[in-house]
Design a binder for this molecule. Structure first.
Ligand code: ADP
Ligand code: MG
Ligand code: MG
Length: 874
């Protein structure tokens, strides 16, 4: 079997077999660029190495020897020849770029005799410099002797000679260092440094193969979801020397600016240096622009090569090069990593330059990366005092005074103060505080905890699950180790990284660059999946529109019930003991709700707006039973009168009566509508009165009334009739006609299973995948994320957290069934999704595949969804 390829035998398409570095070296060789000759030992050899209990596969070593002869003939040098020695580098190269793998060994082939040959052929100081580098790298990466031990010897030498920089040392100094390095190696390994070049070579190849399974590499693969069985290739390449004098050098460059995307060469180089000196900070490197002055003809050649490589690969390249005696050599090229901003600019520019198509540009930008562009963020050049780190729950950066209480956050917020709400966790009772705060920090809860979901919905920065902070509500402070942060102290949070920072930090505003807008327009031209937003206020609706939303897929009416001025009325409605009392509360809520819907429908003029009727269990609007009990006890102890205590006890009784064993599966959604029809009737009336007003004002609106948590068609039939009756009444009262539709959420497995029946009564479906995921798995989200889900993912029982990335296998199967059954009854049934998954690129792809009409997500994710929907189609 062929285990070893010469560069000219490979190509860029052979990455799986030759690794990324090798495949690109082969490609550059074949397009005629100056690449020092070399060979590639395949990833297959590495895989077989592991099958054979870490032994080289049979025949591999002979092939390496044969190929060395080819390299010898190409260069006219001999491996191990004391007169004119061939030296090589041994470089690892996996199919996907992987920091954490073995480092490169340079100048392999040197020993006590060949170093003399090299000295005679070139220069003694240079030859010894190469030898000490080789001993260091070989000792460190192949023999496993700590890097610092070598550094220590070198530092001592520099101290003795009273110099700061390596290049100030003379040949004799290097001679001394070489001797000490060899002694160190012998001491540490119990054997003299291997003098035989082939022994050196095979030991280095062995070390590269071995490094595939070192801890760093394994962890890196796990975090980045890279399969463990790819294996790495090994590149053995003839050395060229950047350290032969001042007409030599080495450097790295990007063909465009990787942080802005500007079209300019961006990089650094060092004269008279080798390998990683540029990045190792040995001397301060110079900007690539200086090379133009220093070596004009090399620079021109380099610039032309960069351009050629960009045209060839049709992408921005990250390049490594070396100059030997005024001659340029290319040592590596690969697709350059870039910021979101640069990714967008480069993709769009390349379309205008005719390098790539619009579809390719759409595929070049990762939707998830766009988040970086849609939020205020911390100036990347700022010095930060990071005190703790939590989960990056909702991107964006914010600063403000620490506040531990939602009411206080609201009061201060209304006074124009910037505050950060700090809680162990948040509940729906804290919403008004979150609204008023710049950002939220919690010490408990996962990426889909209440705080995280609400903050993301509002586009507000949030760091959650920050376990390092210990909150003491009584003393109004939190502690991180010994540091005490008190109420009123200023902190900043970065919801994109999870950092918690003491004090103020400089921020930069989100940029919706012209390139970004252009890219999104191209995406709109491609996609067939609609994009709507989840919005509960006219402001959110307007923002969603700005970001390109084509309607509202979910308005949650319960958020409107939570506002401080309404909660008492809502409580009165819930606690009413007579029908009249309840009706009185509802009559007070009606104009408020009408105002809410008027605002949202108006903001979305011309576009559909799905309004969900009341969904959560009622006790969410009531005071906490335990807190009430504490208060009653306190009143008792202080000898308060029965008149004072009585009503509280009554309240407690009602709260207890309403409390449920399992609210998530309890009295909520359409079940409330069935038992308290007057609540839904009030909401329907509010929607239609707002509609009637807008229609008479000449505003085109399309309300879609949505019934939550339906599992049985009769539920929907009853409530639909109720809504239709109210609509008819309002039309009659106001003397106008208007369009509206009535549909349902599909969020109970039974609804998906019986979607053909349910579709008879529904004008539209919207998959509520948060609840559908909970009910399909039988997981309660808060418990699952807090207790066991991370372990499920870690142990690969589940591929992802199903609350973040849609579970295609299970939940997805129900959705597919729901779509097919629903459309078997009504072929043009409108179907969307409004769970959190509606903003997740992977889930959006699935929604496209099963033929949904639209996804709906938080306003800030609308651009992400537009791009993801287009990528699903391309
Ligand atoms: P990494 O994957 O960490 O970038 P490389 O294998 O690219 O490691 O090697 C690092 C550096 O070593 C290269 O950028 C180059 O400067 C130097 N290098 C590698 N091979 C050679 C060679 N044959 N001749 C000269 N320098 C080399
Ligand atoms: Mg490299
Ligand atoms: Mg739901």
């Amino acid at each position: 079997k062929k285990y070893v390829y010469l560069f000219e035998e490979g190509s860029a398409g052979m990455k799986d077999l030759l690794g990324g570095k090798g495949a690109n070296l082969a490609e550059m060789t074949n397009i005629g660029l100056p690449v020092p000759p070399g060979m590639i030992i395949t990833t297959e050899a590495c895989r077989e190495f592991y099958v054979h209990d870490r032994r080289f596969p049979p025949g591999m070593e002979d092939q390496v020897r044969e190929m060395m002869t080819v390299l010898e003939n190409k260069t006219g040098k001999r491996f191990g020849d004391p007169e004119n020695p061939l030296l090589v580098s041994v470089r690892s190269g996996a199919p996907v770029s992987m920091p954490g793998m073995m480092d490169t060994v340079l100048n392999l082939g040197l020993n006590d005799r060949t170093v003399e040959g090299l000295a005679r052929a070139a220069d003694r100081r240079f030859a010894l410099d190469c030898y000490r580098r080789f001993l260091h790298m070989f000792g460190d990466v192949v023999l496993g002797i700590e890097h610092a031990r070598f550094e220590h010897i070198l530092d001592n030498c520099k101290q003795r000679r009273k110099v700061t920089y390596d290049h100030e040392l003379q040949a004799e100094d290097w001679q001394q260092v070489v001797a000490e390095y060899k002694a160190l190696i012998e001491r540490e390994t119990g054997q003299p440094f291997p003098q035989d070049p082939f022994e050196q070579l095979f030991k280095a190849i062995y070390a590269v193969f071995n490094s595939w399974n070192n801890d760093r590499a394994i962890v890196y693969r796990r975090i980045n979801r890279i399969p463990d069985d790819l294996g790495t290739a090994v590149n053995v390449q003839v050395m060229v020397f950047g350290n032969l004098g001042n007409d030599c050098g080495t450097g790295v460059a990007f063909t465009r600016n990787p942080s802005t995307g500007d079209r300019e060469l961006y990089g650094e180089y060092l004269l008279n240096a080798q390998g990683e000196d540029v990045v190792a900070g040995i001397r301060t490197p110079r900007s690539i622009a200086d090379l133009k002055e220093e070596m004009p003809s090399v620079y021109d050649q380099f610039a032309a090569t960069c351009e050629l490589l960009e045209k060839h690969y049709r992408n921005m390249q990250d390049i490594e090069f070396t100059i030997e005696r005024g001659k340029l050599y290319m040592l590596q090229t690969r697709t350059g990593k870039r910021t979101a901003q640069a990714a967008v600019k480069i993709a769009v520019d390349m379309v205008h330059e005719g390098l790539i198509t619009r579809e390719e540009a759409i595929l070049r930008v990762e939707p998830a990366q766009l988040n970086q562009l849609l939020h205020r963020r911390i100036d990347p050049n700022a010095q930060l005092e990071v005190i703790a780190r939590g989960l990056p729950a909702s991107p964006g950066a914010a600063g403000g005074k620490v506040v531990f209480d939602a009411d206080e956050a609201e009061t201060l917020g209304n006074q124009g103060e910037k505050v950060i709400l700090v809680r162990t966790e948040t509940t729906p009772d804290d919403i008004h505080g979150i609204v008023a705060a710049q950002g939220v920090l919690t010490s408990r809860g996962g990426m889909t905890s209440h705080a995280a979901v609400v903050a993301r919905g509002m586009g507000k920065p949030c760091v959650c699950g920050c376990e390092a902070i210990r909150i003491d509500y009584d003393r109004e402070l939190f502690q991180v180790n010994d540091l005490v942060v008190k109420k009123g102290d200023f902190i900043s949070i970065d919801g994109a990284t999870g950092q918690v920072i003491l004090g103020h930090v400089p921020m930069i505003d989100p940029e919706l660059s012209p390139e970004f807008q252009e890219l999104l327009q191209w995406a709109d031209g491609v996609r067939s999946l609609g994009v709507r937003a989840n919005a509960d206020t006219p402001e959110d609706a307007a923002r969603a529109r700005e970001f390109g939303a084509e309607g509202i897929g979910l308005t949650r009416t319960e958020h409107m019930f939570m506002a401080v001025d309404r909660l008492p009325i809502v409580q009165q409605m819930i606690l009413a003991s007579t029908g009249d009392e309840r009706q009185e509360a509802l009559d007070r809520l009606l104009p408020m709700q009408e105002g809410d819907f008027y605002g949202i429908l108006k903001a979305m003029e011309g576009l559909p707006v799905t309004i969900r009727l009341l969904d959560p269990p009622l006790h969410e609007f009531l005071p906490n039973a335990e807190e009430l009990l504490v208060e009653i006890t306190r009143l008792r102890l202080t000898g308060a009168s029965e008149e004072e205590i009585g009503p509280k006890e009554n309240l407690l009784k009602k709260v207890r009566a309403l409390s449920e064993f399992n609210p998530m599966l309890g009295h909520r959604g359409c079940r409330l509508g069935i038992t308290f029809p007057e609540v839904y009737a009030m909401q329907a009336r509010a929607i239609f009165q707002a509609t009637a007003r807008l229609v008479s004002e000449g505003v085109k609106v399309f309300p879609e009334v949505e019934i939550p948590l339906v599992g049985e068609v009769k539920e929907l039939a009853i409530l639909r009739q109720l809504v239709d009756e109210v609509a008819e009444q309002v039309m009659k009262e106001r003397g106008v006609t208007f369009e509206y539709s009535v549909g349902t959420m599909i969020e109970i497995p039974r609804a998906a299973l019986l979607a053909d029946e349910i579709a008879r009564e529904a004008d539209f479906f919207s998959f509520g995948t948060n609840d559908l995921t909970q009910t399909t798995f039988g997981f309660s989200r808060d418990d699952a994320e807090g207790k066991f889900l991370h372990e499920y993912v870690e142990k690969k029982i589940l591929p992802e957290n199903p609350f973040m990335v849609l579970d295609r296998a299970g939940v997805g199967k129900l959705m597919r069934m729901g779509v097919e059954l629903g459309r078997s009854t009504k072929p043009d049934l409108l179907i969307g999704i409004c769970g959190e998954h509606g903003g997740d690129p992977d889930s959006i792809e699935f929604c496209h595949q099963i033929g949904l009409n639209y996804v709906s997500c938080s306003p800030y994710r609308v651009p992400v969804a537009r791009l993801a929907a287009a990528r699903a189609k391309v």
